[in-house]
Design a protein around this ligand. Structure first.
Ligand SMILES: [Zn+2]
Length: 393
């Protein structure tokens, strides 16, 4: 790394830090910012100047009323910039316009035509959808600093390519680059679970320390980790793919060819296969229905799933020592009592030194999480690229 590159890197990192503190403590004075960040008054003055010039921060006419000098307060410049979050699934595309305060202020959902299997239909749907939302709100598209897309599959986020997505039926598709050409703004791409974790993480503005792990249990099993406001990716952006972690070497055969993978125990399909040995059951919702009616076999299947979820949580806690674990997915969302069931099991499976070290919750953002997380990814990229929105053509 050259010295110039080094300095640029530190400068961008400090900008993100200062903006994060303003987001958290606003309105806030320059003096307070210097204390909060351990930076000199000169450094804060320069960084705040950059942020004001970029339209991210504004001076307000509020003054601190304490004894001594009055200070100009700083606040976010709410709608000065807009980042766009996109969630793509097999059947639909969701788009949200997000302001600096992490609020979705406009959103849309469009069904995809499944007879058109290529990526062009999806790219056109996103482009038209994004332009339509800016148009409807009367916002100049020049205020768009970038687009983030979250979609299921293995994503190479450096080349912004879909390496493989079973849900979309794609392999090696450069969807982000083509959208960038269509829209003329930077387009980021990542796995949906990873951006969801970024959206849910309270530390996602990089101003705080912390480890958040999101675990999803539904049609598949997966997890994603956010450390100090950044998605943890591992060597090839597949860190957290716990579905194929081995639970029992003598267990059931998995689609991957190995035996006893976690996903042979706690996916929708695994539970329905189990249930159908007793009775025809077509959905997890139906399975929960039988459990509530007092059918012992249904309660046993759910109970066993909760055991494996508790084991998974213990393994995740031993690996990452997180302060926050969020459970999400079909299996979690459909049962109001599921968190109590899992907590009950956890007492049995959590290793003692980790008791009380983390908070276990449901998703707090629901169907907004992927939109907010992918918009956050676009914002993080904008800030770390030195506040240059438009791509170099
Ligand atoms: Zn497997």
């Amino acid at each position: 790394m050259s010295e110039k590159h080094d300095q640029e890197y530190i400068k961008n990192k400090n900008r993100i830090l200062v903006l994060g503190k303003i987001r958290k403590h606003r309105p806030v004075s320059r003096v307070e910012l210097a204390k909060l960040t351990d930076m000199s008054a000169t450094a804060i003055g320069r960084i705040v100047g950059d942020l004001i010039e970029a339209g991210l921060v504004k001076e307000t006419d509020q003054y601190s009323t304490g004894v001594g000098r009055k200070a100009t307060m700083l606040d976010l410049d709410g709608h000065a910039i807009v980042s766009v979050g996109v969630e793509v699934d097999r059947d639909w595309v969701r788009i949200g316009l997000v302001d600096l305060e992490d609020r979705i202020f406009a959103r849309s959902e469009t069904r995809l035509d499944r007879s058109l299997t290529g990526s062009e239909h999806v790219e056109a749907t996103i482009e038209n959808g994004v332009r339509a939302l800016f148009g409807e709100r009367g916002i100049d598209f020049a205020q768009c600093i970038g687009v983030g897309i979250g979609m299921p599959g293995v994503i190479d986020q450096r080349t912004r390519t879909v390496v493989f997505s079973a849900q979309m039926g794609w392999s090696n598709v450069s969807v982000a680059k083509r959208l960038e050409e269509r829209l003329g703004v930077p387009v980021m791409l990542d796995n949906d679970l990873k951006v969801k974790a970024l959206g849910e993480s309270e530390t996602a503005d990089a101003a705080d320390k912390g480890v958040t792990v999101l675990i999803s249990i539904g049609s598949g099993v997966g997890s994603a980790v956010v450390i100090d406001g950044r998605i943890y990716r591992g060597a090839s952006n597949i860190a957290g793919e716990i579905g194929h972690s081995t639970v029992d070497p003598n267990g059931k055969l998995c689609e991957c060819g190995k035996r006893g993978c976690l996903q042979t125990y706690i996916t929708d399909l695994a539970m329905l296969q189990e249930a159908n040995q007793i009775k025809q059951v077509d959905s997890v919702e139906e399975l929960y229905g039988y459990m509530r009616k007092g059918e012992g076999w249904a309660a046993n299947i759910v109970d066993r799933a909760c055991t494996y979820i508790a084991i998974t949580i213990n393994n995740v806690v031993c690996t990452y020592n997180p302060d926050s674990i969020i459970l999400t997915g079909n299996f979690i969302d459909l049962d109001p009592d599921i968190m109590d069931r899992v907590r009950g099991k956890l007492k049995e499976f959590i290793w003692e030194p980790f008791v009380g070290t983390f908070e276990l919750t449901r998703s707090r953002l629901g169907d907004q999480a992927v939109l907010l997380g992918s918009a956050k990814l676009a914002l993080q990229t904008y800030l770390s690229n030195g506040l240059q929105a438009k791509i170099q053509s």
